[in-house]
Design a protein around this ligand. Structure first.
Ligand code: FNR
Length: 187
């Protein structure tokens, strides 16, 4: 069975470090046999969650598309920036809209979370915050999270890590996640 993953970085910024980290992660996942649907977060642009808007117009197209792409996958590779020790409001807003779709597309999916930031904690605190809504919606969030400190200095012009040890660390974690994700997808 081929594992199908949806991958996106929850940054809208053109020069996003999170997107670079996601790019290498996708390469590693594909090299290890996964089929990866890579999305841009902008594809899922959507209004702020408003229950009145939902009642009047239903789920907005961006949230429907994100739900469909999650629904078609066995798991998610999600790289998220850390904003103010938490996840970006844009990502929480997307999760809130998707949570209104029935049946809930996130339920039963595996997820591997990644972050990077110019800071020394690499955005890891934001991932702890992100686990909460994902787990509350029934996702199997892989226990280990990949956080890369000083992301602004970690990539070369081709988008690869300047330090080969970082790729080894990422590869090991992705391989371990894939094993768990495959087992979950088979159930
Ligand atoms: C940040 N940044 C940041 N970094 C960090 O390590 N911890 C934090 O709490 C925050 N908080 C924060 C809030 C807001 C509103 C912004 C705009 C930025 C810096 C952040 O890590 C940096 O901008 C990254 O480059 C964002 O990720 P992308 O867009 O490069 O993927």
């Amino acid at each position: 069975m081929t594992l199908r993953l949806l991958a996106f970085a929850a940054s809208l910024r053109q020069a996003s470090w999170s997107r670079r980290l996601l790019g290498v992660t996708v390469e590693v996942a594909r090299a290890n046999g996964a089929e990866v649907d890579v999305a841009e977060f902008h594809e899922f642009d959507m209004p702020l969650y408003d229950a009145d808007l939902q009642a009047a117009e239903g789920i907005p197209p961006g949230a429907q598309l994100l739900s469909a792409r999650i629904g078609a996958a066995d798991g998610i590779l999600l790289a998220s920036p850390e904003y103010n020790f938490s996840m970006p409001g844009t990502l929480k807003n997307a999760i809130d809209w998707v949570s209104r779709v029935k049946p809930m597309p996130i339920r039963g999916k595996s997820a591997m979370l990644l972050s990077t930031s110019p800071g020394l904690v690499g955005g890891n605190r934001g991932l702890w915050a992100l686990r909460i809504p994902l787990e509350s919606l029934g996702a199997h969030v892989y226990p280990d999270m990949f956080s890369l400190a000083q992301g602004d200095k970690a990539f070369d012009a081709a988008g690869q890590f300047t330090d080969p040890v970082v790729r080894e660390r990422l590869t090991k974690m992705v391989q371990e996640y894939l094993k768990v994700a495959e087992a979950l997808a088979a159930t």
